[in-house]
Design a protein. Structure first.
Length: 183
């Protein structure tokens, strides 16, 4: 896990863009209408990935900013109220913190998406924002939760470990290899 400010920033960037890209794949596929086809998302084609990459390029910036402003902090506070914090099982704590962060970030990013895609780009009236935001939240929350739990967070931890904990693994292996076994 991140120990320095630099590592926290890198971890945050990886997580932000992994979440943004996964959510944009989902939303672009819905926008194109794959969810309405017989066979649903299984009929999706590769053109979704490029469209999602374009949208994730700037949505990832919003995710990074809002998660650092309040998402991570509020998620941690909510998790602390529900379990014994870092005194509890580390895996349970991590899952609870992820869940609580999604509970903060999904409504936030659904609001950003509602304003950007529906109000600004599509010209919907501001008076419809509560309904648009609610619909966007209902659509995105299940996917955001599952994507975070089963894809974005595991991928981010895996990549972070490769980038920053390589030296630690080598030191452990050197220590093990230098142990003398006496018979």
């Amino acid at each position: 896990m991140p120990k320095t400010k630099f590592q926290k920033i890198i971890f945050g960037v990886i997580m932000s863009y992994t979440m943004a890209y996964g959510m944009e794949i989902y939303n672009v596929a819905i926008k194109i209408g794959y969810n309405l086809n017989i066979g649903g998302f299984s009929t999706m084609t590769n053109k979704v990935f490029l469209g999602a990459l374009k949208e994730a390029s700037y949505m990832g910036i919003f995710v990074f900013i809002f998660s650092n402003l309040w998402g991570n902090r509020l998620g941690a506070q909510m998790a602390e109220k529900r379990i014994a914090g870092e005194k509890s099982n580390p895996y349970t704590y991590r899952l609870m913190r992820q869940s609580c962060t999604v509970a903060v970030m999904c409504p936030t990013m659904s609001m950003v998406a509602s304003i950007l895609f529906n109000i600004i780009l599509a010209g919907a009236p501001w008076s419809q924002l509560p309904a648009i935001w609610t619909g966007t939240l209902f659509k995105n929350f299940p996917m955001a939760f599952l994507w975070n739990m089963f894809a974005a967070a595991p991928f981010t931890h895996w990549l972070f470990k490769i980038l920053f904990e390589k030296g630690t693994a080598n030191e452990k292996s050197r220590t093990v290899s230098s142990v003398t076994i006496k018979e």
